[in-house]
Design a protein around this ligand. Structure first.
Ligand code: C5P
Length: 287
């Protein structure tokens, strides 16, 4: 929180980061009657994200800027405003919400959900209201984006188990700037009933152990997404230096797991040089 000095009334603003959500695994284990899929996923956050800043105001409004702001809606299509209205619950509170968009939209790293979670957290503080217990109606990935450490996510995304911190790991995120429609990827998944993750997720001592274990698990959406967006294969190929490379969520962002910041930064620099038109970020895995 910040009370900026001003000659008139102090301007009160609160800032939160909407960190990228990474599905280190994503097993699709079934489908509900309503069409939503049952998942078993190891979810972490990467230290790169959008920024939400909320300022007290009479009415509710959204402004978007940042390197990836193009085409991001500022009306009720944006989950940020839906989250604000959900928290307000008809009371008519106001705020100006500034969203700085650093993450590519529709890219499998939960940008919209992370923004919604950050908005809920910032506005709950600005308005001095409690956070809602259940935020899953805003979107399947919003509950996990309210958390920071590693989570085992199941159900359609609403069941969370906090896991012990992972050892230091770094991620390189690569996106070919092709937006992916999540429902299209789920629809083209042929087998909806795949085995869950291992019952017990081991305690890891170093990044290499994490990668070795992850290699025994899957992202079931990777194969259908690859058929819809062939550029994903090139992203995975570009991450060849990583201990493990995999797609996150329904894509198209792929992550590479690295044991050191230096290795991750070197890989990110090389990929940026070879593919100047891609979005590439290197960040620590947040534990
Ligand atoms: O909940 P959210 O709006 O983020 O989900 C977007 C779409 O992704 C849903 O409409 C659904 O088609 C698909 N989805 C799914 N199973 C999940 C999560 C999302 O089928 N567990």
């Amino acid at each position: 929180m910040n009370d900026a000095d001003s000659a008139a009334a102090p301007v009160r603003w609160i800032e939160r980061q909407g960190f990228a959500k990474i599905n280190l695994t994503l097993h699709v284990t079934g489908q509900r009657q309503d069409g939503y899929h049952l998942l078993d996923s190891l979810v972490v956050r990467a230290g790169v994200g959008d920024r939400i800043r909320v300022t007290a105001a009479e009415t509710l409004s959204l402004k978007v800027n940042g390197p990836l702001a193009d085409g991001v809606p500022v009306d009720a299509r944006n989950l940020v405003l839906r989250a604000a209205e959900f928290l307000d619950d008809g009371a008519g509170r106001g705020a100006t919400i500034h969203l700085t968009k650093n993450l590519p939209p529709a890219s499998g790293i939960g940008g919209g959900s992370a923004d919604a979670a950050a908005t809920l957290q910032a506005l709950a503080e600005l308005w001095s209201v409690p956070l809602p217990v259940d935020v899953s109606s805003l979107g399947a990935d919003v509950p996990v984006c309210m958390e920071t450490g590693p989570q085992r996510m199941s159900g359609v995304g609403e069941r969370l188990i906090a896991l012990p911190a992972l050892p230091p790991c770094w991620l390189v995120l690569v996106n070919p700037h092709v937006a992916v429609t999540t429902p299209a990827v789920f629809e083209s998944l042929e087998n909806k009933q795949n085995p869950a993750m291992a019952r017990q997720i081991p305690i890891f001592s170093q990044a290499r152990d994490v990668a070795e274990w992850l290699a025994t698990q899957r992202n079931d959406l990777q194969a259908p997404a690859l058929k819809l967006v062939p550029q994903i294969a090139a992203c995975l190929g570009a991450l060849e230096d990583a201990l493990l490379a995999r797609m996150s969520g329904s894509g198209a962002t792929c992550f590479g797991l690295f044991a050191s910041a230096d290795a991750a930064e070197a890989a990110a620099a090389r990929i940026t040089r070879d593919h100047p038109d891609w979005w590439v970020a290197s960040a620590p895995l947040l534990s």
